[in-house]
Design a protein around this ligand. Structure first.
Ligand code: SAM
Ligand code: SF4
Length: 333
């Protein structure tokens, strides 16, 4: 397939698309969708065929990595057949998936069999009761079974932990112990001001620097330089006596805007070029128009790329981001 690379005005090359397939979720995480009342009407949610078209358009810009996310992707009906379809249609794509892991403990072998090699599972606490309070449902055991079954099936597992002062900062030792005992990545991501439900304030940020300093009191860490392309913004460390790795992602304290290579598309087909900007480009009308075709989607994507901002500038101007009435579940985390 031929493509011409998509560069923005800062010379950043866009080659990574995060595609949200639903704004619905079976959990209600306090920092994400707890207060979400409005959902996108069903008729406005893109059909799976439309998601395939968007991936095809993105491929024309040189996008070679796609992450399917949500809301909770597995909460959408027929997500697994859709995933299989994406793999069949775009076998060369670096396809990734982010899930809360609650709906898939028995599906891990199937995911491996259809060709998925790795999975990001979100888990912010290792305490069952705390999990129920934080995520709104007592499903810790399901997530844990997904992790164990995923490892047994040979999937690469990354655990994403939102790092929150006063919420889970007493669990660093437990998470390090997890990374010591299992061959998986535990990655702490700084709590971002992306909700308007009052859960975020500066004092809740447990920064990547603090996490690393505290971790070094427990374990010896060796930095890992990621040689793979598309390895992303996580800074990774091998535990010197352990099977797994620790990672930190610092969108707030050490932003990585200069190397940001992403686009996001919401489940109703709105392109967002930056997590911290609520500017959206509507692709659904183009997809559903009789006259306009894939070429026009590609054109809008290129035009949007040229407007892609430096997100940290937006964060500096305001202390919190106005997500434009959308939760992280609606934007697609
Ligand atoms: N439901 C799936 C899950 O939880 O993994 C996928 C969607 S979720 C919105 C994607 C990621 O965004 C999760 O890892 C979640 O922890 C993260 N997230 C949500 N709100 C966040 C916030 N305010 N700051 C940092 N990460 C956040
Ligand atoms: Fe759902 Fe994921 Fe948001 Fe939690 S973080 S409410 S699991 S979308």
């Amino acid at each position: 397939m031929s493509y011409s690379p998509c560069l923005d005005r800062f010379g950043r090359r866009i080659n990574y698309l995060r595609l949200s397939v639903t704004d619905h979720c079976n959990l209600r995480c306090a920092y994400c969708s707890r207060m979400q009342r409005d959902f996108i009407p069903h008729r406005e949610i893109l059909r799976y065929e439309e998601h395939l078209e968007l991936i095809a358009a993105a491929r024309r810009l040189g996008v070679d990595k796609v992450r399917l996310t949500g809301g909770e992707p597995f909460a959408r009906k027929d997500f697994l057949p859709f995933l299989t379809g994406v793999m069949e249609k775009f076998p060369e794509l670096d396809l990734r998936l982010t899930t809360n892991g609650t709906l898939i403990p028995e599906k891990m072998q199937q995911l491996k069999d259809i060709g998925l090699s790795r999975l990001n599972i979100s888990l912010d606490t290792l305490d069952r009761q705390r999990y129920a309070r934080l995520c709104g449902r007592d499903l810790f055991s399901e997530v844990w079974r997904s992790i164990e079954n995923g490892l047994d099936a040979g999937l690469g597992i990354k655990i994403n932990v939102v790092a929150m002062r006063g919420v889970n900062d007493d669990e660093l030792g437990a998470f390090l112990d997890l990374a010591r005992r299992y061959p998986l990545d535990v990655r702490f991501i700084e709590f971002m001001p992306l909700t308007d439900n009052g859960t975020w304030d500066r004092s809740r940020v447990w920064s990547a620097g603090e996490i690393l300093a505290e971790a070094k009191e427990y374990v010896e860490l060796t930095p890992v330089s990621e040689s793979k392309p598309n390895s992303g913004p996580a800074r990774m460390y091998q535990l010197n006596t352990g099977l797994g790795r620790l990672g930190v992602i610092s969108p707030l304290t050490e932003h990585f805007c200069a190397t940001c290579n992403r686009f996001r598309i919401t489940s109703d087909g709105r392109l967002r070029t930056c997590l911290f900007s609520n500017r959206e480009y509507r692709l659904r009308p183009i997809l559903r128009s009789q006259k306009l075709g894939l070429e026009q989607v590609v054109r809008v994507m290129r035009m949007a790329a040229r407007q892609k901002p430096m997100g940290h500038e937006i964060l500096r101007q305001r202390c919190a981001v106005d997500p434009g009435g959308r939760t992280m579940a609606a934007i697609g985390g």
